[in-house]
Design a protein around this ligand. Structure first.
Ligand SMILES: [Zn+2]
Length: 185
């Protein structure tokens, strides 16, 4: 039969549209994952979010550089791939990961995806922080993360929100991040 102008082998028709790829000649499966992370503020550390260093009086306490946004993204990717979570792959008890640039972890996760013949379709991320203001840094974060994910920046969306003063983020105790990622294999 035909769907969207492409010949689709019997048994591969989808009610959600054509998922048969004439290029790779196999059925494309879509996999979704979500991630969440939070870290508390600490003095004497740089604030790194989405791989971008942001001027602020406080950084985030963590075994790594504390990039809460990258950690949530790693968990979304690993979740979509059925590969567990960031703590399993990069335990915070390991000296190897002490103070590590979280982009290195992200690139290792992407390498795991490649080994499993999966690639990123898109990711949608939300940072929850009362301060600092992040609007000026969003595009830079998109470009950094897209580069590590090996996709166009248009496939990485980043939103920043406050909680209007409510909860730990609202009281300025730390920053949280949520991520959703879609993979295809
Ligand atoms: Zn973390």
């Amino acid at each position: 039969m035909r769907q969207a102008g492409v010949i689709v082998p019997a048994g591969h028709e989808s009610p959600f549209g054509n998922h048969w790829s004439p290029v790779t000649a196999h059925c494309i499966a879509m996999r979704i994952g979500q991630g969440y992370d939070a870290h508390r503020f600490a003095e004497g550390r740089p604030l790194v979010l989405g791989g971008v260093q942001i001027p602020h009086g406080l950084g985030l306490a963590a075994h790594s550089d504390g990039d809460v946004l990258v950690h949530a993204l790693c968990d979304a990717l690993l979740g979509a791939a059925g590969l567990g979570d960031i703590g399993r792959h990069f335990p915070d008890s390991s000296v190897e990961f002490a103070g590590i640039d979280s982009r290195i972890l992200l690139r290792r996760v992407v390498a795991h995806l490649e080994e499993n013949a999966m690639r990123v379709v898109n990711a949608d991320l939300t940072v929850v922080a009362q301060a600092p203001k992040l609007a000026l840094h969003i595009q830079g974060m998109r470009e950094v993360l897209a580069s590590d994910l090996q996709v166009e920046p248009s496939r990485v969306n980043i939103k920043a929100t406050t909680t209007e003063g409510m909860g730990f983020a609202g009281r300025g105790e730390g920053i949280a991040a949520y991520a959703v990622a879609l993979l295809e294999d």
